[in-house]
Design a protein around this ligand. Structure first.
Ligand code: FA5
Length: 347
């Protein structure tokens, strides 16, 4: 084949390729055009390359150079057509109907328990109580001993606590086992050990008990602990603070009733159980225990190095879930822990 013929064929090929690529109006048409010109097996470019072998040896360098140029031109014509086509696609998808209603955005919200915790901290903060935290894994001293709960006390029963096993069974049976704290009263001890009176704190956190889950019990729940130690603190202060807390939290309407019922805790003397009126799932009304409270036992004050002749104090521990439940009319504590968005989105 003469050089002139070869070069003329190449020029014609470029023109055909450009026209074909430019007129492809869909991805499928463009792909067909690509196979026709750039296809590795039977593409027109491939055939032209084979024609190169028939050109005179002396003309091969010129013919080869031009072939490479043409190959580049065809490839860029394809790429340009491809870009045009996808640009047109974008433009088409951008042209949407602005008058259509938008997709609703689901806005998250705080879990009702989190809302309760924040509200409690807020109310008690205004009453001058500082929020502090304590560890959820506790030792025998803070969970029992310093709280005046002696070794023989049934509250230490393994059936009532989550003791932590250790690899060393001798350590597990030792006098100082570790456990998931069963009450936030542990924080009273931790604070008093490190602070001189006056003390005015609350502590909110998780506690653990092997209780069977029912409508008002859960094996993991939250307590809010309050502690005030100062000169001349009396039971009247305890009752006033708790009443003020309940009135602030629940709004103190006529339907709100609080009852202080004599009780016993090893770490308070005298002790009370704090009840509120309650309506259960069946619509029955009655009393529900919200927490325990009392005057800090002199033995506890002595255990942390305070002088019970000089200072007195009150403490309380309330169930956070029950307060949240009463506020919202929730009748089953398990609803709070099932993470069902249909339930949670109501609060
Ligand atoms: C205590 O835990 C005492 N530490 C409270 C206290 C603090 C007394 C300071 C005196 C001074 P009690 O075991 O009664 O007390 O628990 C307190 C509250 O926690 C209960 O009234 C209840 O509201 C809540 N509660 C107890 N067990 C569960 C449970 N399994 N699930 C949900 N809430 C619970």
């Amino acid at each position: 084949m003469s050089l002139a013929q070869f070069l003329a064929d190449l020029d014609a090929l470029v023109e055909r390729a450009q026209t074909t690529f430019n007129s492809a109006d869909s991805a499928e048409a463009l792909e067909a055009a690509r196979v026709e010109f750039l296809g590795a097996k039977n593409g027109q470019l491939k055939s032209a390359q084979q024609g190169l072998g028939k050109v005179d040896k002396a003309d091969k360098p010129t013919a080869g150079k031009r072939f490479n140029e043409v190959k580049g031109l065809v490839e860029s014509a394809f790429e340009a057509a491809q870009e045009n086509l996808s640009g047109a696609g974008e433009a088409a998808s951008e042209a949407f109907d602005v008058t259509l209603p938008g997709k609703p955005v689901r806005i998250g919200r705080l879990h009702p328990i989190t809302q309760t915790i924040r509200e409690m901290k807020d109310i008690m903060g205004r009453l001058g109580f500082t929020a502090v935290e304590g560890p959820e894994i506790e030792d025998d001293w803070h969970n029992f001993e310093a709280l005046n709960i002696p070794l023989s006390h049934p509250a230490r029963d393994p059936l009532d606590n989550f003791y932590l096993g250790t690899a060393n069974s001798a350590a597990a049976e030792s006098d100082s086992p570790l456990l998931l704290r069963s009450q936030t009263s542990t924080v009273q001890i931790r604070v008093m050990e490190n602070t001189k009176p006056p003390v005015r704190i609350i502590s909110l956190g998780r506690v653990y008990r092997p209780d069977t889950a029912d409508a008002t019990h859960y094996p993991m729940f939250l307590q809010i602990e309050g502690l005030l130690v100062d000169k001349g603190v009396t039971m009247a202060d305890l009752k006033s603070v708790l009443r003020l807390f309940f009135v602030s939290y629940f709004g103190g309407g006529e339907d709100m009733h609080v009852r202080f019922r004599p009780s016993f805790f090893p770490f308070t003397e005298p002790s009370v159980e704090v009840d509120m009126n309650w309506t259960d799932a069946a619509g029955n009304t009655g009393w529900m225990e919200m927490g325990g409270a009392g005057m800090v036992d002199p033995n506890v004050l002595r255990a942390v190095g305070y002088d019970p002749e000089e200072v007195t104090g009150f403490a309380f521990g309330l169930g956070v879930e029950r307060i949240c439940m009463r506020q919202h009319g929730i009748t089953d504590i398990r609803d709070l822990y099932q993470n069902d968005v249909r339930f949670l989105s109501q609060f």
